[in-house]
Design a protein around this ligand. Structure first.
Ligand SMILES: Nc1nc2c(c(=O)[nH]1)N[C@H]1C(S)=C(S)[C@@H](COP(=O)(O)OP(=O)(O)OC[C@H]3O[C@@H](n4cnc5c(=O)[nH]c(N)nc54)[C@H](O)[C@@H]3O)O[C@H]1N2
Ligand SMILES: Nc1nc2c(c(=O)[nH]1)N[C@H]1C(S)=C(S)[C@@H](COP(=O)(O)OP(=O)(O)OC[C@H]3O[C@@H](n4cnc5c(=O)[nH]c(N)nc54)[C@H](O)[C@@H]3O)O[C@H]1N2
Ligand SMILES: [Mo]
Length: 665
């Protein structure tokens, strides 16, 4: 009804936000994002969409200007087998935690990272971990831990670059042949722009990493095969474009981009998609149809959009206008993963209608599991019946399509099983064309899985560029690696100028909020999924999300292991359970994302969370005018012991299933 009113009303599809974001479903058919987009395109002719991701909001926008597309730089680049065989030194900014690489959208059927790190280390490869948390590498890597203040990696990278320049260690030939703009960057390193040479001592003062370590590392990384990686985490923060760009500039100066096991692989080790070979055949994919609405938002600007219809903002060289959203259709994501939940609450009060329906999950239906970087196609069988009133997203959208008069176009006359067979067909045909085992759908379904061939481990776009800089030039404006970008400089953004720069954080620990909160990905679940399950629950402290603290910081506040703590700042407050660890750098509190939001009235009209969702504390601001990515990774907070009465955690209580009377016209 609401959908029909919107379609026929003044605002039309331009007033519908269908850009709901989220990681639901490993299966490729019941993938909620594909289903909702397909439905809105067919039934309404389109919707206001969201672009990019919470994962890689800044890097997805800057990488194409300076190197190449995000996918090519993160996924089809250096592999774990190359690291095992070739790499002498890995500089991992933000680490390569196994908790992260255990996960991949669409699924991962073999975990290869631990073994590869162990074998590389046994051969003599040295892993250097730059992180506030020691467990961002598994013990098998034997990593050398360089505790670093969050948000200061760019200073260390510039210190490394400056040392190379001062000691003549940089690869002049590589910089001349494959890069553009090194002259501008080297002047900046030497202090030409701001009078401050970016020396190792300077970097040390900012980051807390000793100057000798920086100097030693600059020599080490130019003496053998070296690889620079930058975790997503670093760019999920203000000025997050800078570590992505400075990491690339650092690797360019070492001159090894495009060599086996060397150079720059953005985000290697932060998901199970990286460091692997790409499949040689396409995986099943549901087509989403054509979106007739041109307006969109960078995904993390949802509150800004709802609060500021008609206002303009900058994005990637364009001036954009926020649409006037009347209806939000949300499917397949957890909105409480957005930053600053008090602000989100005001924003969600703006639209006239918000649609969220109870949907089944992966285990309650049949699907095909597949990822472009995993060599197994999986027949996902139904393991349990649907619970309560929940239905498959496909069934929901098929029924809505009938009411909207577009059922045939949406279903194409197929039931769910027939869709699986239909989506399987392009994969089968591609296999058959190459002479590979290509069973028909029924045989595949019976067997339960199918092996897909992988493309060669060829280093992708960067290797090809190194071998043939003219014919295989990069898809950047100059065709080369852009250490200075004329395009970005001409955008004129103060928060993302034309080459990598150190921009001092605009939110720093202070008297009211002396600690830095690291709100990273959880080790016991995928975001918020299965938070009620035994594994996630086993990590909770008296039912609250664990907050890891350094014992020194805890002692100052009289906090003991197992105490309940209150974590707060000017935006909100939450309860959590203290876990004391010396692998957490002093000055840091680590509260991962994904504890189900448990609203708690904190008396002043604002909400708190009794369970430990860090987004009650995080900042809802874009990374820069360039990418407008999400800044959920870090903020500043205070922590105190909580001795008050403990409210029950009610986040898992099922909602009331009483149906409001629905009148259909
Ligand atoms: N503070 C902070 N915030 C962050 C981050 C951070 O590091 N710090 N990380 C960000 C990142 S990188 C990401 S990717 C996001 C993750 O944010 P989300 O992807 O939104 O998080 P999930 O918990 O995976 O949410 C998936 C939701 O889909 C529902 N679901 C599962 N299967 C189905 C289905 O078949 N149909 C439907 N309709 N629903 C289904 C689940 O119940 C769950 O609510 O969080 C971001 N937020
Ligand atoms: N188990 C599990 N694995 C996951 C996910 C999950 O929810 N659970 N989510 C998946 C998704 S959607 C994504 S996008 C990826 C995310 O990949 P990332 O964003 O890279 O993962 P995080 O765990 O948020 O952060 C990695 C580490 O970076 C460190 N770090 C934070 N800030 C800084 C900094 O300023 N400097 C330095 N040097 N280090 C810093 C933190 O110690 C943190 O543990 O993970 C994927 N893997
Ligand atoms: Mo993500």
């Amino acid at each position: 009804m609401a959908l029909r009113l919107v379609r026929e009303g003044r605002h039309g599809a331009e007033g519908v936000f269908g850009g709901s974001y989220g990681w639901s479903s490993a299966g490729r058919f019941h993938h909620a994002q594909s289903q909702i987009h397909r439905f809105l395109n067919i039934a309404l002719g389109g919707y206001v969409r969201s672009v990019n991701s919470y994962s890689a909001g800044a890097s997805a926008v800057i990488l194409p200007w300076i190197l190449g597309p995000f996918e090519a730089m993160s996924r089809n680049n250096v592999t774990w087998s190359q690291i095992e065989a070739e790499t002498d030194v890995v500089l991992a900014f933000g680490g390569m935690a196994l908790k992260n690489s255990n996960v991949a959208s669409g699924g991962v059927t073999t975990h290869i990272e631990r073994g590869a790190m162990a074998r590389a280390a046994a051969r003599g490869c040295r892993f250097h971990l730059f992180s506030p948390l020691r467990d961002d590498f598994p013990p098998e890597a034997g990593a050398i831990w360089h505790p670093i203040r969050p948000g200061t990696d760019v200073a260390v990278m510039l210190g490394l670059c400056n040392t190379m320049l001062a000691e003549g260690l940089h690869d002049v030939e590589f910089l001349e042949q494959y890069c553009t703009g090194f002259d501008v960057f080297s002047a900046y390193l030497a202090g030409g722009e701001d009078g401050q040479p970016k020396t190792a001592e300077w970097a040390s003062g900012i980051s807390g990493v000793p100057a000798q370590s920086i100097v030693r590392l600059a020599r080490e990384m130019t003496a053998g095969r070296s690889l620079v990686t930058v975790a997503h985490a670093l760019q999920r923060a203000r000025f997050g474009e800078q570590p992505v760009w400075a990491g690339a500039a650092l690797a360019a100066m070492a001159g090894q981009i495009g060599l086996p096991g060397g150079g720059y692989n953005y985000a290697l080790g932060t998901m199970g998609h990286t460091g692997r070979r790409i499949n040689a055949v396409p995986i099943p994919t549901l087509l989403q149809g054509r979106n007739g609405v041109s307006n969109f938002i960078p995904v993390a600007r949802i509150s800004d959009m709802l609060l500021n219809p008609g206002e303009t903002y900058h994005y990637d060289g364009r001036e954009m206008t926020y649409p006037d959203i009347r209806l939000v259709y949300w499917a397949g994501g957890n909105p409480f993963h957005h930053q600053d939940l008090n602000r989100l609450r005001s924003a969600l009060a703006r639209p006239q209608t918000i649609i969220v329906l109870p949907a089944t999950m992966t285990l309650e239906r049949e699907d095909i599991g597949a990822a472009g970087t995993d060599p197994r196609l999986i027949a996902m069988r139904r393991l349990a019946p649907a619970v309560g009133m929940s239905r498959d997203d496909y069934a929901i959208f098929a029924d809505l399509s009938r009411l909207m008069g577009s059922e045939d176009a949406f279903t194409e006359g197929r039931d769910a099983r027939e869709w699986l067979a239909h989506l399987y067909e392009p994969t089968r045909m591609a296999l058959a064309e190459r002479g590979w085992d290509a069973p028909d759908f029924e045989s595949f379904w019976e067997r339960g899985e199918l092996t897909l061939p992988s493309a060669p481990d060829d280093g992708g776009m960067l290797r090809a560029f190194r071998q043939n800089p003219q014919s295989a030039h990069l898809p950047t404006p100059s065709g080369r690696i852009e250490i200075f970008s004329r395009t970005i400089a001409d955008f004129g953004y103060d928060d993302c100028p034309g080459h990598p720069v150190w921009l001092a954080p605009d939110e720093v620990p202070n008297e009211a909020a002396p600690l830095v909160l690291i709100a990273n990905q959880p080790s016991t679940r995928l975001h918020s999924q299965l938070d009620f399950g035994a594994y996630s629950q086993s990590s909770k402290v008296r039912g609250r999300e664990p907050a890891r603290l350094n014992p020194q910081d805890a002692a100052q506040q009289g906090i003991r292991d197992g105490d309940i703590v209150r974590i707060f700042n000017g935006r909100g407050a939450c309860l959590a359970g203290a876990v004391l660890r010396d692998g957490v750098m002093a000055g840091i509190v680590n509260l991962s994302t994904g504890a189900w939001f448990d609203p708690l009235d904190v008396g002043d009209g604002s909400l708190g969370c009794g369970h430990g969702n860090p987004n009650i504390l995080t900042r809802d601001i874009g990374t820069s005018k360039l990418a407008q990515g999400c800044c959920g990774q870090v903020t500043v907070v205070e922590v105190s012991r909580y001795d008050g009465e403990l409210p029950p955690v009610r986040a898992y209580d099922p909602p009331s299933t009483e149906l409001a009377t629905v009148r259909t016209a």
